[in-house]
Write a protein that binds this ligand. Structure first.
Ligand SMILES: NC(=O)c1ccc[n+]([C@@H]2O[C@H](COP(=O)([O-])OP(=O)(O)OC[C@H]3O[C@@H](n4cnc5c(N)ncnc54)[C@H](OP(=O)(O)O)[C@@H]3O)[C@@H](O)[C@H]2O)c1
Length: 300
């Protein structure tokens, strides 16, 4: 079991098989002291990879995490920190939301993230979304400088399509070690457009956001949600799992690409829940039954 709790993302970089994400920091409604108490408990359960972005909770998620970490700085060495940048938000003063993947902007944002997170390095920096105005030479220079200074260990992207990924990679000396994308029993877009197959081609493990479709697998009342929930329930009974979220995570873990799902809750019970699912491998019949429940039709 222990070996299954870790995954090799790149030379010199292991992640936990499940990551913990801070997008919903404001929704959680907990204090920095609560968070400081929670972090060691999550780490003890073997979840050591933490997902941030400069814009989560209008920039306050990184700040809160840094303040919690400052109460016990020795924990830093037991975790891998991911953060993202390149989205410029109106709340930061711009007239419209836009992307900035320039060297200057990335360097500036990383300095801000380091300060807020109260750390001297980020283990993995992701570019949050593909940028139609990208100058990839400029982006690649930022990566080189950040790597040379030791401020960022590894680089990757998020929500990139195969052509965007390959274009940027072709300019970079630093390898792109992952693509963080949305995948779940309810969200197949990245299969349909071959982003997952591209990850297999590149031998990279995608990090997966909203692995429970943002909670829709439990609460969705639309036709697709109901159909998928019924099928998850059927498979849950077949494999003897306790809950349908175990099946939704098992559906991800069964895929050979090696998905690393990010849990989005502050309830310890939910954060560690996906670890339960590691013990199940769905049969092809079960995997496709869930697939077809989402699409509403049999595969051709
Ligand atoms: N790269 C990107 O563009 C991008 C975009 C979105 C998100 N992300 C990352 O992905 C992370 C996860 O996304 P997400 O929060 O949408 O994930 P999610 O796990 O699909 O959804 C989380 C929601 O589901 C509920 N939930 C989780 N586990 C549950 C369980 N076992 N039983 C009942 N309810 C449960 C949570 O409720 P409670 O809040 O009540 O616990 C929460 O409202 C984010 O924190 C962020 O780090 C990245």
């Amino acid at each position: 079991m222990e070996a299954k709790l870790r995954i090799q993302m790149a030379d010199g970089l292991q992640f936990s098989r499940v990551a913990w994400g801070f997008w919903r920091w404001t929704e959680w409604g907990i204090t920095v002291d609560d968070l400081a108490a929670l972090i060691p408990q999550v780490l003890e359960r073997g979840i050591t990879t933490i997902d941030h972005a400069d814009g989560y909770a209008e920039g306050t998620a990184e700040e809160a995490f840094g303040a919690a970490l400052a109460k016990n700085p020795s924990l830093r060495d037991r975790m891998q920190l991911i953060t993202k940048c390149t989205l410029v938000y109106p709340w930061s003063g711009s007239r419209v939301k836009y992307y900035d993947t320039s060297e200057e902007y990335i360097l500036r944002q990383v300095e801000t993230s380091l300060r807020k997170l109260q750390t001297d390095h980020i283990d993995l920096l992701l570019l949050h979304r593909p940028d139609p105005l990208m100058d990839p030479e400029s982006t690649a220079r930022a990566f080189d400088k950040l790597h040379a200074s030791g401020k960022v260990g590894h680089f990757g992207v998020s929500n990139y399509k195969p052509l965007d990924f390959d274009m940027l990679a072709s300019y970079c000396d630093q390898p792109l070690i992952t693509n963080q994308v949305e995948v779940s029993v309810m969200q197949h877009e990245n299969f349909d457009d071959r982003t997952i197959q591209h990850a297999l081609t590149k031998r990279i493990h995608p990090i997966v956001w909203s692995p429970l479709a943002g909670g829709r697998i439990f609460t969705g009342t639309d036709e697709v949600s109901v159909r998928v929930r019924d099928e998850l329930e059927r498979v849950r009974a077949e494999i003897g799992a306790e809950r349908i979220d175990d099946v939704a995570f098992a559906w991800l873990f069964t895929h050979p690409v090696g998905f690393v799902p990010i849990t989005g809750s502050c309830e310890l019970e939910y954060v560690e829940r996906p670890l339960q699912a590691l013990k199940y491998t769905l049969t092809k019949e079960q995997w496709f039954a869930i697939w077809s429940a989402q699409t509403g039709r049999r595969v051709p």
